[in-house]
Design a protein around this ligand. Structure first.
Ligand SMILES: CC(C)C[C@H](NS(N)(=O)=O)C(=O)O
Ligand SMILES: [Ca+2]
Ligand SMILES: [Ca+2]
Ligand SMILES: [Ca+2]
Ligand SMILES: [Zn+2]
Length: 313
């Protein structure tokens, strides 16, 4: 459980209860399923929000993924806020209703529930980042944001040392959580066309809006034209203006290979972003802002989410 004072954060069981509650309150516009299991056997839930939710309609799909890194619990709350906003607002808020009627919103509130549960086990914060998959040699964990299959291990953007925080894993998609997400997105190719048009992967912290590629500082490069880069950049800058985050290319932070955004663009040409949430720097809040920050820091991204939805055509 979360330490006392931080009860506002959702444990894995509370997360699943929240998703079930959203479905029972809004059955016509929600459908709940699992994209697969984690290493320790936890289901990874995905909720789909759209009119005629039981039917896969020919509408642009937009994916939001959270909690890829275990200790980044604020991101789980970000995804749950998106679920709440687009279900509770349906039928009353015109803009919300318009998006839900014309798109399919896919939300994965936690890609790393094993890590998240471990991070808070014992009622205190362990600073855990990776998944909970054992490595040869006795250490535990793969950095899920270095294990995706697009140009995995290409560019010294991760560690080869199993005990390192950015350990890339023994092979591409060796982590079941990464395999589950890749398989899910692969399955959204219908009639040869990827139905997911846009994506945000939420992280913490630094308050940045980042677009691919991470494996290179180049803008035009294999798998991305200058025009495509400029399109990603212009929408990224617009979103950063709305939430006050700093815009940039993923590699501006540091070179990463095997990250989720490189895979989403490199493999499926999805308009994909990494949002690093509050705070800007370490200090007392760092990875563990008090739960009083949940509402302000999640609602802060409402405008950016709407910009992404509007650009998903
Ligand atoms: C997407 C990259 C550039 C940033 C991310 N930072 S984090 N959330 O791990 O501190 C990461 O290292 O995976
Ligand atoms: Ca509190
Ligand atoms: Ca629909
Ligand atoms: Ca569809
Ligand atoms: Zn992260």
């Amino acid at each position: 459980d979360f330490p006392s004072g931080d009860e506002g954060y959702h444990t894995y069981d509370e997360l699943r209860a929240a998703l079930r509650a959203a479905v029972s309150a809004h059955p016509g516009i929600t459908s709940l399923s699992s994209i697969g299991d984690t290493y320790e056997g936890r289901e990874i839930p995905v909720i789909r929000i759209s009119d005629n939710a039981a039917t896969d309609e020919d509408e642009p799909e937009v994916l939001f993924t959270c909690n890829l890194h275990a200790r980044e619990h604020l991101t789980t709350e970000m995804c749950l806020h998106i679920v709440d906003r687009f279900t509770a607002g349906y039928g009353s808020d015109e803009k919300i209703t318009g998006f839900v009627d014309s798109r399919e919103i896919l939300v994965v509130p936690s890609l790393n529930p094993d890590g998240a549960e471990y991070d808070i086990s014992g009622g205190w914060y362990r600073g855990w980042r990776k998944n909970r998959q054992p490595n040869a040699g006795g250490s535990v964990g793969t950095d899920l944001n270095r294990n995706f299959s697009y140009k995995w291990a290409c560019c010294q953007g991760a560690s080869t040392s199993p005990s390192a925080e950015t350990y890339r894993g023994p092979s591409a998609a060796s982590a079941p959580e990464v395999r589950a997400l890749q398989a899910y997105v692969d399955s959204r190719v219908v009639g040869g066309v990827q139905q997911i048009r846009a994506h945000i992967d939420f992280h913490a912290f630094s308050e940045m809006v980042l677009w691919p590629f991470g494996h290179t500082h180049d803008t035009a490069t294999e798998g991305m034209t200058q025009a495509e880069y400029d399109h990603l950049k212009s929408i990224g800058q617009e979103m950063a203006t709305s939430n006050g985050y700093t815009p940039g290319q993923t590699s501006d932070m540091y070179i990463t290979d095997g990250d989720i955004n490189d895979w989403m663009w490199g493999t499926h040409k999805v308009l994909t972003y990494c949002f690093e949430m509050y705070p800007t720097s370490g200090g007392s809040d760092g990875f563990y802002p008090p739960d009083e920050q949940i509402v302000p820091q999640t609602t802060r991204n409402d405008g950016a989410v709407d910009i992404l939805l509007a650009n998903a055509t």
